[in-house]
Design a protein around this ligand. Sequence first.
Ligand code: FE2
Ligand code: FE2
Length: 351
Amino acid sequence: MNQHRSPENLSDHVALIITKILRFFADTFFARRYGHRAVVLETVAAVPGMVGGMWLHLTCLRKMQSDRGWIKILLDEAENERMHLMTFIEIAQPKWYERLIILAAQAIFWNFYFLLYIFFPRTAHRLVGYFEDEAVLSYTAYYEQVSSDSSLNVDAPQIAKDYWGLADNAKLLDVIRVVRDDEQNHSDVNHGRADSLDEADDNLEIAKQEPTSTKINSATLQSYHNANYHIYNRPPFTLKIGSTCTDLNELFKKYDVNEAALLTAYNPQGVETDISNNKRGNEELEKNLRSQNFTFILAEGICPDNKWPGEKSFFVMGMSLSVAKNFGNTFKQNAIVWVDKTAVPQLILLR
Ligand SMILES: [Fe+2]
Ligand SMILES: [Fe+2]
């Protein structure tokens, strides 16, 4: 079962304490009325993505810089939460006093979260990360409740079948499962964003060189941000976008470099491509790397939700950002991963 990430500093502790307090009230008020709980809490859950997306949009206007695809990701999160609400409203109709709570909660939470986001964005994303962890736990409990009483396992609402592409005979359990997956995804995105905000200043100059608006859709962007990039070194280690990787320092020392790029020729423009074409692309890429005397380690980018097969990649030692971008463009990639001496892998968008 899902566990909270352990808090690392004051801002994490504050976020976790707020989460635990709100969890206590939700548990006391709703107990095991999970349908009602979902309706009321999803009206709150749909707020942070909109606030964050709006604030980032305004920030990018003022600073005249790229959003690195984050506005889309956050607004998409808000829409996804609203779809959770529209789904569960078909399962449980809120009582009149629950509607009052929804009104009050929105008035308070929007303003609270907006101020938090302006002054403490890292805490704000961490808070949402913890909320999402709790949502995963709640939907797991809901799932267990419905599993143990088949009369609760009603037909899935049509809106859910359309939105998630569920089978015609889908049931409530299927809906809870996909919603829980969404919440896990929001957790990964928000915790990842909180981690990467620590390194924001280092990234600023690089961000300025990126496309001002990306053509990559937000689901694909999210999977790039959430992916585990396995470096098959001895011993192997994993890179996460925005998280410091101490194994890299050793590797950089060993090869006497201070930058590296993770390149693949798989799935050009983010379109899933058959294995033989992917392999052919990577052979071509490997040939190019060898002809330019680059040293590389085999690697693989894998989405934690396993929706895509892993992308075989090359982790190229000592490759500068501009050369890495050229390679990425030559092989029609949406994005590449690049890391400098800070040992914080960055997602570099190319489209
Ligand atoms: Fe949700
Ligand atoms: Fe969520």
